[in-house]
Design a protein around this ligand. Structure first.
Ligand code: PBG
Length: 336
């Protein structure tokens, strides 16, 4: 209908009629958000009975495995479908070649076994990347000039992904942005009989400044120092390249793909969803969460309202599921 036609129908057409009452607002709502849409990221610590607040992420704690399992039981009761695990590796376990990444008795692997044991119905997603395990905080193995070597890194990622799957991970999620890693991981999983382990590919992961609080939380910030990840994570200025990445990862055997970060990248989410129509996940990252929480703590934003709005908008853009540090809070609000 052309603008002029719409004008001609006024006052018959008054869009405010449907907005007048709660009942009609509810009936015409195009996007609904439920606990089913959310994945809760969790930081895992060594030790027993250990919990540490993450100062730049109010409400988020690093937990030792015993407390992590207790928290997972609570998440299952709240109806959260899945968690994503991120180990806080002790400095003594970090090396140049990140061997700890595929230690079958590593922190992530033990956490997966403990959670699947206690909460078999809870989906467990593991992070496949080397940054928690390298002394330099990069997601891969470096050459003499400090450049991240692609194929050498992929060999290690494959071993890491297999060790996660052997520990019982339902979904392995490579967040490293190396070329060809999805195909290699799919290959080993098939060869080893892990045909139902899903791969959630971080296909379009940008070299973003919004990851700062996460790097504090896992303790890789100090290792990374002033270095950046621009030789493997994507340039925030690009969109076509994201489509190319998604196409490659799907061709290599990804079951779901991820766009990261969320809020400043919703145009990417929309284009990817329209172009491919595959399960598309979005990571509302640590910096987004920290911004909302900091403003709320100052009384500048309403925490609950921006939680609902930001997540609804990510879903409206095309997300099937959202990794968010708000997942537990959202579910608890609904539970009240
Ligand atoms: C590293 C990784 C990062 C995040 C998830 N996995 C940080 C990075 O790439 O440096 C960021 C998540 C967040 O900011 O919430 N493989």
């Amino acid at each position: 209908m052309a603008f002029n036609d719409a004008q001609r129908f006024y006052p018959e057409t008054r869009l405010r009629r449907n907005r007048r009452d709660d009942f009609s607002r509810r009936l015409m709502r195009e996007t609904t958000l439920t606990t089913d849409d959310l994945i809760y990221p969790m930081f895992v610590l060594e030790g027993q009975g250990q919990h540490e607040a993450v100062p730049s992420m109010p409400g988020i704690e690093r937990l030792s495995i015993d407390l992590l399992v207790a928290e997972c039981r609570h998440l299952v009761k709240l109806g959260i479908p899945a968690v994503a695990l991120f180990p806080v590796t002790p400095a003594s376990a970090k090396t140049e070649f990140a061997e700890e990444a595929f230690n079958s008795d590593g922190l992530a692997q033990r956490a997966v076994r403990a959670i699947k044991d206690a909460c078999p119905t809870l989906g467990v997603i593991t992070d496949v990347a080397l940054d928690p395990f390298t002394i330099h905080g990069q997601d891969g193995i470096l050459d003499a000039n400090g450049y991240v070597l692609n194929d050498r890194t992929v060999d290690t990622l494959v071993r890491q992904a297999l060790s996660h799957s052997e520990a019982g991970a339902d979904v392995v999620a490579p967040s490293d942005m190396m070329d060809g890693r999805i195909g290699e991981i799919r290959g080993i999983l098939e060869n080893e009989g892990h045909v139902n382990t899903r791969i959630l590919a971080y296909s379009a992961k940008y070299a973003s400044a919004y990851y700062g609080p996460f790097r504090d939380a896992v303790g890789s910030a100090a290792n990374l120092g002033k270095a950046d990840k621009k030789t493997y994570q994507m340039d925030p200025a690009n969109t076509d390249e994201a489509l190319h990445e998604v196409a490659m990862d799907l061709a290599e055997g990804a079951d779901m793909i991820m766009i990261k970060p969320g809020m400043p990248y919703l145009d990417i989410v929309r284009r990817v969803k329209q172009e491919f129509g595959v399960p598309t996940f979005v990571y509302q990252v640590s910096g987004e969460y920290a911004m909302h929480k900091a403003a709320a703590q100052n009384g500048w934003l309403d925490d609950i309202a921006v939680m609902h709005e930001s997540l609804t908008c990510i879903k409206r853009a095309g997300a099937n599921a959202i990794l968010t540090y708000y997942a537990k809070q959202f579910a608890e609000e609904l539970d009240k």
